[in-house]
Unconditional design. Structure first.
Length: 147
């Protein structure tokens, strides 16, 4: 049986999920724009999302697919795009002869370092805007919510 709906059920509400999503989108858009302005244009497209899951030691293509929550084919296409731009390369996985590992090229490592610089700059601005105590409290609260 369907519950009878009233105005309270159908009212649009501001909620914490929406606030978190807006803040995350703002951060993400800022990262993308900053990196593109610094000479790393692939962050403006979907392929740039791959790099959020890829560190200096690389990752197996299977693990990357799992982390991104996309189909194997979709991840493969995104990796193909980054590979064509010289950001990543596929190499044999030393632990599994049948598998491939996605690793950063020299350009990819430069991108990784630049992403860290941009992240630190954004965090500095957030810390200045909120104040050190509020910033630390925010980090702690987000970590608790993520548990």
């Amino acid at each position: 049986m369907v519950k009878q709906l009233d105005d309270t059920d159908l009212a649009s509400i501001d909620h914490i999920g929406l606030a978190l999503w807006r803040a995350a989108q703002q951060w993400r858009n800022r990262m993308r724009a900053e990196l593109a302005a610094r000479g790393y244009p692939w962050h403006q497209g979907a392929a740039g999302e791959v790099l959020a899951h890829l560190g200096p030691s690389g990752i197996s293509q299977a693990a990357l697919t799992e982390r991104m929550g996309l189909s194997k084919q979709a991840v493969q296409q995104l990796v193909d795009q980054l590979e064509a731009q010289g950001v990543v390369e596929r190499v044999p996985d030393p632990t599994d002869g049948r598998a491939r590992r996605i690793v950063l090229t020299e350009l990819g490592l430069a991108d990784f370092a630049e992403r860290n610089r941009v992240k630190r700059a954004i965090e500095r601005q957030y810390r200045e805007r909120l104040g050190p105590e509020a910033f630390e409290a925010l980090q702690a609260a987000l970590a608790k919510l993520a548990d």
